[in-house]
Structures are given as structure tokens and as C-alpha cells.
Design a protein around this ligand. Structure first.
Ligand code: SF4
Length: 445
């Protein structure tokens, strides 16, 4: 059985602390320095302080939603990411005012304990269909009874991350990179979350500065580590000050060549992508970002603007998507999503087979479905629009790419190749053996 937790998170969102003093309690560990650019380039003169204006374009449905359900709220408040965090929808009564709940949803929300709490930002709630419990976006964030059914092969830690964790909050599986889990908090909880064993849970000893310090010390002592991925929970729910503290400490480590952030904030909390945040992030280049997208309905004007700000700050953006039954498990939906991502300057990166997390059977598709989708994209559209379909092998085997077969064998001096229409072609490859034994599966893009 998975650990059960109260539906209500009983802790403060990490992004709502205002400054280092409040951040670290009485003890200022490494007070946030002045801007790094100021320290390294004392000749730089600040000409103008750019205001941290929210200024988000809102789509009509979002405006109508705000007026209906938050009539007292100004546009300025709505566009304040901290307001969004403070007003997340977290219980049945609040959600029931916004959506007509199905019996299943209502019964589950009335249950006091859940494997994963529910939380939905007002912005993301504005995208949910009031009368349709089967709407793809709604299914990804509103709990249902199926989460309480456990199927064979499901695990609380399917990727075996705890096994590869030399210090708490850090996963070191591949030689040259580490995964640094910096918070257990997300603005919106995905019902299929791989880390539901961690996220939304209160553990006073976890994700403290002391834990971060241990992880940083481990990275400093590991010269093979050239790439650090910050994840969680969602790192972009940290305040700018906390995030900068972490980035600056990691940026100082000589052998760390670049940093990455994994986040869903630009999608569920696009207001988080403020000019102040992007000004701060651009001080820590090379910095990459992997953004978790699920469905083309997420590609709103707000999300477009958030990604535009990140891309304009020089941050390469990659899209990560989990294949989910009844949500995005068909070629047309996936094509629309991938094309939409390219339009907002996000390069589709990974399509994940849904991990066998406990209570996720209703979300998992046969592996064949993922192959079918890749087959429907590959070569039918630009290669940039085709993510790599992977299974993160249960038990800690790492990501294993699944490719539709394209190298089908060998005939004498030729290798035999199958194109996207299923036609076989020859390519001269004299004196080689490739394809003569077991067929090898390779991508064609
Ligand atoms: S945003 Fe990521 S870490 Fe947070 S609930 Fe969703 S999948 Fe889990």
C-alpha cells in the first residue's frame, strides 16, 4: 500500500516566502548576493529598474472564468503567481463550485486521505470543462476512485530512485549527471505523478537548506558530474531568492558544465514566468529547461507568453509528455501538441510511457500505442516535432528508447531499410555485417 496523506497540504508554498531572512529562519546561510553580473562587472551601471509587470494576455474563457468565480479579483492579482498559489483549489467544496462533480470525483474528494493531495491553480482550473469529467485536462488533475486500485507491477518508486540516492534528495544514476530534487511542492498535482511518494508530503527534515548543502557538497566532490537537473516537485515554485541561491551555488562548481530545470509551471502557472525571473535565470547560462506538457488544450495565450519570455532569455526549451490513456493517446492529439510546441519555441524532447506508479492503471496504455504514435509522426512531419519515445525501466534501468523498426536486415552487400510507408529500400554497405544477424532498431530522424 502506498503512504496515504491528508488531502490538504499543511505547509506553506515555498514560493510565498519573501526574502532570505524569512527563507532560512533566523540563520542566513549564504545570503543572496547582489546580482552576479554586478559582482563580476562592477563597471555595469543600472540605467533603469525594469518593473516586474505581470502583463499577461488572457484568453477569453480565462477572463470569463475569473469574472464568474473570482469576481473580486483584479487582473493584476490574477496575474500574480503568488496569488495563484494562495488561491489554489484544494478541496471538494471549492472544486464543486467550479465543476459539476461526477459521483466518482465527489466520493473520492470526500475521502480524508489520498495517495496524492489535490491542488489546481485557478488559472489551470479555468481550462477545465464544467460538465465533462472525461475532458483530458480534467482527468489529469481531478482525482478519481481508480487511484485507489493497485495493479500487479505497480510500485511507489517505480524508477528505483531511492536506490540510486547517495544523499537525500539527490539521484545519481548516470555517471555524468545528477537529479537534484529541490522541493516536494507543486502548484498543481498531476494524478499520474511518478514521484507521488514525495510530492505534496510534509516532511520537515526534507528539502531543507541542510539537505541542499549535502547534495551540493556531493556534487562538488564528484568531478564526473557535468550536468545537474533540478526537479522535485516543481523548482519554479521556489521564490526567486531561493532558486537563485541554488543556481548560484551550482554554477560555481567548476566541473558542472550546465544546469537544467524540469518544471510544469509555465503550463499550470504561467504567471510564474515574470520578467524578474527570466532576468535572474539568464545569469546562470548555460541553462536548459524541460517543460511538462500533456495536451494541446494547454497551449493558451498565457502559456505562449511564458515560453516566449523563457526563450527570449536564451533558455533552450524541451517538451516532455507522458502518454496517458484517454488523454493524449492518439496520433492526431499528439501531432497537434507537438506542432503547437514548435510554434511556441519548445522542442519536443521525450514522450514517456506512463510509469507503473501505484493506482495508475487507468492512465497506462499498451506500449504498442506509443509505437503507433511515433510511427504516425516520424517522417510524416518535421523531425523536430517527433519526441523520443522512452520507457523509464522499472527498477532503475534508466530511459530506454523505443523505436519503430527501420533497419530490417541485410541482403549481401546491402542493408535493408523500411521507410515510414512500410516500403523496403536497399542501401549499399559493402564489407559490413550490420543487419545480418538480429535486426537492429534505429531511429530514422
Ligand atoms: S508537476 Fe511533475 S512533480 Fe509535480 S505533480 Fe506533476 S508530474 Fe509530479
Amino acid at each position: 500500500m502506498p503512504e496515504e496523506t491528508s488531502n490538504a497540504e499543511d505547509f506553506e508554498p515555498p514560493g510565498t516566502s519573501d526574502g532570505p531572512g524569512q527563507l532560512w529562519g533566523k540563520r542566513v546561510v549564504d545570503p543572496l548576493p547582489q546580482a552576479v553580473s554586478d559582482i563580476e562587472n562592477p563597471q555595469i551601471i543600472r540605467i533603469q529598474k525594469v518593473p516586474d509587470a505581470p502583463n499577461f494576455r488572457s484568453s477569453r474563457p480565462t477572463v470569463a472564468f475569473r469574472r464568474r468565480f473570482f469576481p473580486e479579483t483584479t487582473l493584476t492579482d490574477w496575474n500574480d503567481w503568488r496569488w495563484q498559489l494562495r488561491h489554489r483549489v484544494r478541496d471538494r467544496d471549492s472544486l464543486g463550485r467550479i465543476l459539476r462533480l461526477s459521483e466518482d470525483e465527489s466520493a473520492v474528494l470526500a475521502h480524508p486521505a489520498k495517495p496524492l493531495p489535490m491542488a489546481i491553480t485557478p488559472y489551470y482550473a479555468s481550462l477545465l470543462e464544467r460538465d465533462n469529467p472525461l475532458q483530458p485536462l480534467r482527468r489529469t488533475v481531478v482525482p478519481v476512485a481508480a487511484e485507489h486500485f493497485y495493479s500487479p507491477g505497480e510500485m511507489t518508486d517505480p524508477l528505483g530512485e531511492e536506490h540510486d540516492s547517495p544523499v537525500p534528495g539527490l539521484v545519481h544514476r548516470y555517471l555524468d549527471r545528477v537529479l537534484l530534487l529541490v522541493t516536494h511542492f507543486c502548484s498543481t498535482y498531476c494524478r499520474y505523478c511518478t514521484r507521488s511518494r514525495l510530492v505534496g508530503k510534509r516532511n520537515k527534515s526534507a528539502f531543507t537548506v541542510a539537505q541542499w548543502e549535502r547534495a551540493i557538497a556531493y556534487i562538488e566532490a564528484s568531478p564526473s558530474v557535468r550536468d545537474v537537473l533540478l526537479s522535485g516537485g516543481d523548482p519554479l515554485t521556489l521564490s526567486d531568492e531561493r532558486l537563485e541561491w541554488l543556481l548560484s551555488r551550482l554554477h560555481r562548481i567548476r566541473h558542472v558544465e550546465f544546469l537544467r530545470i524540469g518544471t510544469k509551471a509555465p503550463v499550470v502557472l504561467p504567471q510564474r514566468i515574470t520578467p524578474a525571473l527570466t532576468r535572474m535565470l539568464r545569469r546562470y547560462h548555460p541553462l536548459w529547461m524541460s517543460i511538462h506538457f500533456t495536451h494541446p488544450d494547454e497551449l493558451t495565450p498565457e502559456v505562449n507568453q511564458a515560453c516566449e519570455r523563457l526563450a527570449d532569455a536564451g533558455i533552450p526549451l524541451g517538451g516532455q509528455t507522458v502518454l496517458l490513456a484517454g488523454v493524449n493517446d492518439n496520433v492526431e492529439t499528439m501531432r497537434q501538441l507537438m506542432h503547437g510546441l514548435l510554434r511556441i519555441r519548445v522542442r519536443p524532447y521525450y514522450l514517456y510511457q506512463c510509469d507503473p506508479i501505484v493506482g495508475s492503471a487507468h492512465f497506462r496504455t499498451p506500449v504498442e500505442k506509443g509505437v503507433e504514435i511515433i510511427r504516425g509522426l516520424r517522417c510524416h512531419t518535421t523531425g523536430y516535432a517527433v519526441p523520443t519515445y522512452v520507457i523509464d525501466a522499472p527498477g532503475g534501468g534508466g530511459k530506454i528508447p523505443i523505436f519503430p523498426r527501420s533497419l530490417v536486415g541485410r541482403d549481401g552487400e546491402d542493408v535493408l531499410l523500411k521507410n515510414y510507408k512500410g516500403n523496403i529500400y536497399r542501401y549499399p554497405d559493402p564489407g559490413a555485417e550490420l543487419g545480418s544477424k538480429e535486426p537492429i532498431e534505429l531511429p530514422c530522424h
